[in-house]
Design a protein around this ligand. Structure first.
Ligand code: DAT
Ligand code: MG
Length: 148
């Protein structure tokens, strides 16, 4: 089973979108393996977005991620990395399908309410960074109703 890291960004929290966003992943059938409401240090935000450190928007991005609490989420399931990215939608909400989270709830690229890991490898890396204490064991009772 694959795991991924998803984070509801400060705008998603302030706009009271925690429940509807979380519902998209849980109603889909993915298993919750970690859930934290937390403030983000500058160091954590910079490490998380290290690959973008040369971009002109990097400073603003880090400031935004640190501007208020976020919800860090660990999800498990078949193909969950690619499926979560599909549910989240394109980076720029202008290009996101209206059925996606960003398409439904966001307008600006710099306020796109949610993060999701973009590869299996980055998912592992990000989970190690955000959930260094490890994930929660959680075996779905209805597994046979979700997977054949
Ligand atoms: P994604 O979050 O879809 O994986 P990314 O990894 O390329 O996209 O960028 C991380 C975040 O940085 C993105 O969610 C929003 C912000 N960002 C990306 N490109 C931007 C731009 N051109 N201007 C402002 N913010 C941008
Ligand atoms: Mg990314």
């Amino acid at each position: 089973m694959e795991t991924t890291f998803v984070m509801i960004k400060p705008d998603g929290v302030q706009r009271n979108l925690i429940a509807p966003i979380l519902d998209r992943f849980l109603a889909k059938g993915f298993t919750l393996r970690g859930l934290k409401f937390m403030n983000v240090s500058k160091q954590l935000a910079e490490t998380h977005y290290a690959d973008l450190s040369s971009k002109p928007f990097f400073g603003g991005l880090v400031e935004y991620i640190c501007s208020g609490p976020v919800v860090a989420i660990a999800l498990e399931g078949k193909d969950v990395v690619a499926q979560a990215r599909k549910i989240i939608g394109a980076t720029n909400p202008l290009a996101s399908d209206p059925g996606t989270i960003r398409g439904a709830y966001a307008i600006d690229i710099g306020r796109n309410v949610i993060h999701g890991s973009d590869s299996v490898e980055n998912g592992q890396k990000e989970l190690a960074l955000w959930f260094s204490e490890g994930l929660v064991d959680n075996t779905p009772v209805l597994r046979g109703q979700i997977y054949e």
